[in-house]
Design a protein around this ligand. Structure first.
Ligand SMILES: Cc1cc2nc3c(=O)[nH]c(=O)nc-3n(C[C@H](O)[C@H](O)[C@H](O)COP(=O)(O)OP(=O)(O)OC[C@H]3O[C@@H](n4cnc5c(N)ncnc54)[C@H](O)[C@@H]3O)c2cc1C
Length: 414
C-alpha cells in the first residue's frame, strides 16, 4: 500500500481514500477487484466533484499503456489510463489523429470518457464518441469486452467510473490534419446572439470566451487547413495580432499557438500545451449543457442574473457539441451548447453562484458536466436511458464496489 492522493488536481476537493494500490498487470487488477469491497480508479484527477472518491484508490500508472494501431488502420487501442497527450505523440509518429480534444491534453482517456468530456465543433461529438471498443474489469473481477454494435456498448462508454475498471480503449483514428487558431476580440452581445449559428458554425471548432461583462468577449477559431480568408473582423470582433490566454491577464505562453499559424491537430485543438500547466490551477469548474435550440435564450437568461456570478469568474466559454447515442452523454440525441465556467477557488461562494445558474437554466433542459461542480441531487432520471444504465450497472457491479455516496445520490431513482 502507498499513501493515496489527498486532493484532485486543482486542490479544490479532498478525497477520503484510506489506501491506495498500483496494480502492475491486468491479472493483478482483476484479483484486486475480486477481493475488494469498495474501490475507485483515479485518472488524472481533473474532476471537481466527488465522482472519483472512495475507500481504496486504484492507480493504473504502473500498468503498460501499449498503444497499438489495429489491423484495419482505422483505430488505435491503448491503455485507458494513457493521457490524450501520450496518445497524440504515438499517433503523430504514424501520421494519424483523433477527431477532437478537450481544452487540455493532460487528462486520462478513461477519465475523460467517464464524464463525456468534450471539445467544440458543430460536427464534433464529445470525446467518448470516438470510442469503438472498451475493455474493463467488472465487479466480479472478470474482464468484459464491448464493441460498437453490442447492445450494452452505448451504456458503457460514458461510464462515470460506475461499471468497472477500464483497462483498454479503442478509438477511431483519422489521417493527421493541420489546424490554425485565430482569435477575434470585442464581440458584442447582440452580435453573438443574432449570429450565434454563423459564429459557432464558422469552422471546425469554435469557442467563445466571455467574462459576462459589457461585451460578449472573444471568438477562438480552430480552422482545419484549407484556403481560408482570415478576415480582419468577424461580426464586429477584430482579429487579434497578439497571442492570448483564455483567462484574460494570464501569460499566453501556456496556450497553444494562435495567430493563424497552421500546426498539428494535437498542438491546436486543445487550448493548453502539454508541457505547461493548463488553465490556472487554483480554480473550480462548472459546465451546463443545453439543447442547441435553446442557446440564445439560455445565454439571455444568464445575462439576466449575471451579477450573481460575475465576481467569481476567471473565464467562461461557449462550445458546441454534436449529438450522440451514448446513454449517459449530455449530448444523447441532442446537439448542445455547453456553457462552461472557470471559477475562483472559493467553494462555498461557487456553490451559491451555481445554484442561481441552475435555477436560471432550469427551463432549458440543462444537464451538468458529470465531472464538474453542480448542486448534488438525483439527475440520472433526466437521461432517457437511465433505467437501461441502472440495469447494466446492476449486472456489472451488483455489489456496488465502484460506487460512492456521490454516485448513489446522483444516480438515485428519486
Ligand atoms: C484544467 C481543466 C480543463 C478541463 N477541460 C475540459 C474540457 O475542455 N472539456 C470537458 O468536457 N471537460 C474538461 N475538464 C474536465 C475533465 O475533462 C473531466 O473532469 C474528466 O473526467 C477528467 O478526467 P480524469 O482522468 O482526470 O478523471 P478523474 O477525475 O481522475 O476521474 C473521473 C471519473 O473517471 C473514473 N475513472 C478514471 N479512470 C478510470 C479507469 N481507468 N477505469 C474506470 N474509471 C476510471 C474515476 O473513477 C471517476 O469516476 C477539464 C478539467 C480541468 C481540471
Amino acid at each position: 500500500m502507498k499513501t493515496p492522493p489527498s486532493t484532485n488536481w486543482a486542490a479544490s476537493f479532498r478525497y477520503g481514500f484510506r489506501d491506495c494500490v498500483y496494480p502492475t498487470s491486468v491479472d493483478a487488477l482483476c484479483e484486486t477487484v475480486a477481493r475488494s469491497k469498495n474501490l475507485k480508479v483515479l485518472g488524472s484527477r481533473h474532476s471537481f466533484n466527488a465522482i472519483a472518491d472512495g475507500d481504496l484508490a486504484v492507480i493504473l500508472s504502473d500498468m503498460p499503456v501499449d498503444p497499438v494501431v489495429e489491423a484495419d488502420g482505422a483505430s488505435v487501442s491503448v491503455g485507458g489510463h494513457a493521457t490524450y497527450g501520450e496518445l497524440a505523440s504515438f499517433l503523430n509518429e504514424r501520421k494519424l489523429a483523433i477527431h477532437n480534444l478537450a481544452s487540455l491534453p493532460h487528462i486520462s482517456i478513461a477519465g475523460a470518457i467517464a464524464t463525456a468530456t468534450h471539445g467544440s465543433g458543430d460536427g464534433n461529438g464529445n470525446l467518448a464518441t470516438a470510442v469503438s471498443a472498451i475493455e474493463f474489469v467488472a465487479g466480479d473481477g472478470t474482464l468484459v469486452r464491448l464493441k460498437r454494435g453490442d447492445p450494452d456498448f452505448p451504456g458503457a462508454v460514458v461510464h462515470l467510473g460506475a461499471l468497472g475498471v477500464i483497462t483498454r480503449v479503442t478509438l477511431d483514428v483519422l489521417p493527421e490534419f493541420e489546424v490554425a487558431q485565430g482569435v477575434y476580440e470585442g464581440l458584442s452581445w447582440p452580435a453573438l446572439l443574432e449570429n450565434f449559428d454563423a459564429i459557432m458554425g464558422a469552422c471546425y471548432s469554435v469557442s467563445v470566451f466571455t467574462q459576462w461583462r459589457e461585451q460578449a468577449g472573444a471568438i477562438w477559431l480552430k480552422r482545419k487547413a484549407g484556403a481560408y480568408n482570415w478576415a480582419e473582423d468577424m461580426f464586429g470582433a477584430m482579429r487579434s495580432t497578439v497571442k492570448r490566454h483564455p483567462i484574460i491577464g494570464l501569460d499566453p505562453q501556456n496556450s497553444t499557438d494562435q495567430l493563424q499559424q497552421y500546426g498539428r491537430w494535437s498542438d491546436r485543438l486543445p487550448h493548453f500545451k502539454m508541457g505547461f500547466t493548463p488553465s490556472n490551477g487554483e480554480e473550480i469548474q462548472s459546465e451546463f449543457h443545453v439543447p442547441r435550440r435553446f442557446a440564445a435564450a439560455a445565454i439571455e437568461a444568464l445575462l439576466g442574473i449575471r451579477e450573481r456570478f460575475v465576481p467569481l469568474i476567471q473565464a467562461s466559454e461557449f462550445r458546441t457539441v454534436a449529438a450522440d447515442d451514448l446513454w449517459l452523454s449530455p449530448q444523447y440525441q441532442r446537439d448542445t451548447l455547453s456553457i462552461h465556467f472557470t471559477w475562483v477557488r472559493e467553494q462555498a461562494a461557487v456553490d451559491e453562484a451555481v445554484s442561481h445558474i441552475e435555477e436560471a437554466l432550469s427551463a432549458f433542459e440543462a444537464l451538468p458536466h458529470w465531472g464538474k461542480v453542480f448542486s448534488l441531487r438525483p439527475i440520472g432520471r433526466l437521461y432517457p436511458k437511465f433505467a437501461d444504465f441502472s440495469a447494466l450497472r446492476d449486472r456489472l457491479d451488483p455489489q456496488r464496489k465502484f460506487s460512492n455516496q456521490w454516485l448513489e445520490t446522483v444516480l438515485s431513482e428519486r
